[in-house]
Ligand binder design. Structure first.
Ligand code: MG
Length: 248
């Protein structure tokens, strides 16, 4: 069942979302070659605490960190640790926060120093796909319209969308109904209504979309070793244009 949020609940989600966006901005400003990915986790924990929020991910099904850090062929759910970032890497940062009982969830991919034109275009495509999905999120549209908008944007630029992981409804729980595949048919699925809150998150691969999970049982990588990028926003369906809740 899709939970419809009241205006008051969306107002709290707006605060949770702003916290996520604020912390991601800090993290973006700190990413540099030579740092360990666990340093980003320390910053995320400190900033969430400073803003009065709790991390959504830490302890979720046993996830050991505050932040997901996924580098190059890693798509999502990378565990920050001893890995040292190199010039030319692309790094996906995914962060969830809980504030006054509500969740915010967002992700972005950033380059470390100078990156290749191919990596740049992949990142631009993932960000553009998120924008295309948001632009389809109007009352009266169907969930499949969002999925199809993301898929069409990505595939028209020669990339693939991950099939095995999806966006999701969000509210008091990080993962609520519905699941939001990044592929699908326009006009299909549940109707979008004011008060529906969704985390849209295209995961885009330079090569094939097939994935596997690493030895740590968390990190999802591309099966073909190609690069991947990930962008996510938490949004709310309104009477008119969708509201991005994880905007700074
Ligand atoms: Mg998410």
């Amino acid at each position: 069942m899709i939970i419809i949020k009241s205006d008051q609940e969306i107002a709290v989600m707006r605060q949770a979302g702003r916290i996520v966006a604020t912390v991601l901005e800090v993290l973006k400003s700190q990413v540099r070659a030579g740092m360990k990915t666990k340093e980003l986790d320390v910053i995320a924990a400190r900033e969430l605490d400073r803003l009065g929020a709790k991390p959504s991910f830490k302890g979720y099904r046993g996830f050991p960190a505050n932040l997901c850090v996924s580098v190059n062929d890693e798509i999502v759910h990378g565990i920050p640790g001893e890995r040292v970032l190199d010039e030319g890497d692309i790094v996906s940062l995914d962060l969830g926060a809980i504030f006054m009982g509500f969740q915010g969830d967002a992700a972005l991919t950033i380059g470390v120093g100078k990156i290749s034109p191919q990596a740049r275009r992949l990142m631009e495509t993932a960000e553009g796909a998120l924008g295309a999905g948001i632009a389809a999120a109007y009352p009266g549209a169907r969930l499949g319209d969002i999925s199809a908008a993301i898929q069409n944007y990505v595939e028209s630029r020669g990339y693939s969308v991950v099939r095995e992981y999806t966006g999701h409804g969000i509210g008091r729980e990080m993962h609520e109904e519905p699941q939001i595949p990044n592929f699908g048919l326009p006009g299909s699925g549940p109707l979008l209504k004011k008060g529906v809150a969704l985390a849209l998150e295209p995961m885009v691969c330079a090569g094939d979309w097939r994935t596997r999970v690493g030895d740590d049982h968390w990190t999802v990588v591309t099966a073909d070793g190609g690069l991947s990028a990930h962008f996510e926003h938490t949004i709310a369906i309104t009477d008119a244009a969708p509201e991005v809740l994880t905007a700074v």
